[in-house]
Design a protein around this ligand. Structure first.
Ligand code: ARG
Length: 683
């Protein structure tokens, strides 16, 4: 494909993207207003258009992917491996992923209805909250009808939908399927199936959906020595930790790496300043608790004093050549910083391996030589640079060697990816940093691929995030305009969370120990949840008031909801053993609409987890958690679990509802655990 074709393709993609977005906005507008939109003929049209566009988008995106890989490999032949379907409810366990199974079922129907279509789209989506649309939908008929039209086959989406339906095998997951509107296939789930799955979760616990085990390297937090760890690093720490947790839940082999900025020219001035201020630093550990101030002092001297500057440069040379005294000074400075960082990690319960830029020092020599030998480096005003694309020199190249012979952030990341591929034998390489570094990682990916370090299927995955803003929507700062120290921020969280608990009179009910536990769970939980519940690519406004509001979508709200659910069985004085015994005897049976609704939400846990592990957008897990909690409230409003008489004596216990409470609590706990939020039994 020529460049101009490629460009055209990209233009068409972004046009389709814009159109799809417009339609989605329109749909959202429709849906957010009153409910009359359900009968609005425009709705169906928009939905069809939307599906079509989404499909077109997918095709275009795939085309771009296929053409932009530099090696120009031929497209993979379509493999039509027939999936094995679930044929018997009892063979299914609690970790079944509904969307995937439905995809398998409908792909068989589609392939047998249209055997001549290459790669027909199998689109399964969750239906909107309206029972009229079924529980899930297969929306393949619209795009398939489009594909057929392109081949001059006369048809319409409804006809296609009927065809698919006729050829789709029956499945124990599905009660019935209806063709609706312009060609939607509305899928209604089988109650007995859902009952069985939830019973499995109750009896055998929450199990992860099965996936191929991978080794995943997650590079996150990564503050810089002697500089402050700022809110950006806090975001990276919170998001990175959750990414690790979701992958670990799926049994992947996860390596957490703190890619500390612990190497570079700034150490020259720090060491020179250390030598002056604490000449006997080797025998007496100097009291530099405030390393930032120390950094500022040395920077000031560096900028103002030529003599000092010269010495600083000399120190860098000594350090890089491994002079023991200089290494000792460097280690000392790193240690002071690490101790500070550790305080934050301890509070947030983060366990991460320190492996900073210095680790790659000798590996940088190796990778630079490799790139030179392969003829991939070009001279540019004394520097050695590398382009991601041999033919097309647009965008920015990496600076691999500076004109003074030194290395850069780029060099270290080339050595880093090489180490992670070749020594760590990773399958997935994740980097959690602010969105500002997105281009850097795109170029690293392209160069590593060009150098043959990354193989097909291996990618540099950048998990980017927006900036943290203050409530004034400006850069997050203290009132006096200083940057906020993370420790102070966490302290303020603790204080505010205690105020909140006291305001609710919890200090009178809880023991001092319970109160402290609740205070910490609420404070750190709220900070984490506020971060994770927003789409990470957006900027977000840091507001203690909002994150501690127990009526909003916050960690406090969820923690309260969970303790309330947990207290239901406690009040009924039913132990988990009794519940399990009953479950074994009677199983699960939905008798009320609200139970059924809650059951279907709980059933989605595996599919939500798989999605998050794939796209690493944790806000979908938060949205799911919030949905569980609100669906539970609806259920609890309508269905009593325990019946009491006028004196308050328990006269009847509805075990099946208590079972539903138990499964709800377990799934909520698992979600919170993945988000890194500690739960408490009382608060
Ligand atoms: N230290 C860098 C910063 O503060 C982040 C490092 C991210 N990791 C990496 N391999 N480049 O922005």
């Amino acid at each position: 494909m020529s460049d101009s074709d490629h460009k055209k393709l990209e233009e068409r993609t972004s046009k389709a993207e814009r159109e799809a977005k417009l339609i989605e906005d329109e749909l959202e507008k429709l849906a957010s207003g009153d409910l009359s939109f359900v009968n609005d003929p425009r709705l169906e049209k928009l939905m069809t258009d939307n599906e079509k566009l989404k499909h077109r988008l997918e095709i275009l995106e795939n085309a771009i992917k296929a053409t932009s890989s530099s090696s120009g490999k031929a497209a993979k032949p379509i493999t039509r491996k027939r999936p094995t379907l679930v044929t018997d409810i009892s063979s299914v366990e609690g970790n079944v992923c509904i969307v995937d199974e439905l995809k398998n079922v409908f792909s068989l129907g589609i392939l047998s209805a249209y055997p001549d279509l290459e790669d027909p789209p199998v689109v399964i989506t969750l239906s909107s909250n309206n029972p009229k649309f079924g529980d899930y939908q297969c929306n393949s008929a619209m795009p398939i009808s489009q594909l057929l039209k392109a081949k001059n086959v006369k048809t319409n989406p409804r006809e296609v939908a009927n065809n698919i339906l006729n050829k789709t095998p029956s499945s124990p997951l599905i009660e019935r399927v209806e063709v609706a509107g312009a060609g939607f296939l509305n899928i209604y789930l089988n109650k007995a199936f859902v009952e069985h799955v939830l019973n499995c979760v109750l009896r055998f616990g929450i199990k992860p959906p099965p996936v191929k085990r991978e080794r995943v390297i997650v590079d996150f937090s990564s503050p810089n020595i002697a500089k402050e760890m700022h809110v950006g690093h806090l975001r990276s720490t919170i998001i990175g930790e959750s990414v690790c947790r979701v992958l670990e839940f799926l049994n992947h082999d996860v390596l957490r790496i703190n890619h500390l900025g612990d190497w570079g020219t700034q150490f020259g001035m720090l060491i020179a300043h250390l030598q002056d201020k604490f000449p006997n630093f080797k025998t007496h550990s100097p009291p530099i608790s405030d390393l930032q101030a120390f950094y500022k002092e040395s920077k000031k001297r560096f900028d103002e004093d030529e003599e000092f500057k010269k010495r600083a440069y000399a120190c860098v040379v000594q350090l890089q050549s491994g002079q023991p005294d200089y290494i000792a000074a460097w280690k000392l400075i790193c240690e002071v910083s690490r101790r500070e960082f550790q305080k934050i990690y301890d509070r947030l319960d983060i366990k991460i391996i320190d492996r900073g830029e210095s680790f790659y020092q000798s590996r940088m020599d190796v990778v630079v030589k490799e790139l030179k030998d392969k003829g991939l480096l070009e001279e540019d005003e004394g520097r050695l640079i590398m382009w991601g694309n041999a033919e097309k020199h647009d965008g920015i190249p990496l600076t691999v060697v500076k004109s003074d012979g030194g290395y850069t952030y780029d060099t270290s990341d080339m050595a880093t990816i090489k180490q992670r591929v070749e020594e760590e034998k990773g399958d997935r390489f994740i980097y959690v940093t602010d969105a500002g570094q997105a281009t850097h990682f795109v170029v690293i990916d392209a160069c590593a691929r060009r150098a043959g370090i990354l193989k097909e299927g291996q990618n540099v995955e950048h998990v980017g995030f927006g900036v943290v803003l203050g409530e004034d929507k400006k850069k997050f700062k203290t009132r006096s305009g200083d940057t906020i120290k993370l420790i102070d921020l966490l302290d303020e969280g603790l204080k505010r969370s205690l105020d909140k608990l006291v305001e609710k009179g919890r200090d009178k009910v809880l023991t001092p120990e319970e109160l402290k536990k609740a205070q910490e769970a609420v404070a750190y939980g709220c900070i984490k949840y506020a971060d994770l519940s927003h789409n990470r690519v957006n900027d977000y406004v840091f507001s203690f008031d909002k994150m501690l509001d127990d009526k909003g979508n916050t960690a406090v709200y969820l923690l309260y909801a969970l303790t309330r659910i947990r207290s239901i069985a406690r009040t009924a004085q039913i132990s988990i053993e009794q519940l399990l015994e009953e479950a074994q005897k009677t199983g699960f049976k939905f008798s009320h609409e609200a139970e059924w609704k809650l059951g279907k939400v709980l059933l989605r846990f595996p599919e939500v987890i798989l999605k998050v592990a794939n796209d690493l957008y944790l806000h979908s897990l938060c949205e799911y958690l919030y949905e569980i909690s609100s669906t539970f409230t609806e259920f609890y409003d309508k269905c009593y679990c325990v019946e009491k008489d006028k004196e308050g004596k328990i006269v009847k216990i509805i075990y099946e509802r208590l079972m539903l409470c138990e499964v709800t609590a377990r799934i909520m706990e698992k979600c919170l655990d993945i988000l890194g939020i500690k739960t408490v039994s009382k608060m």
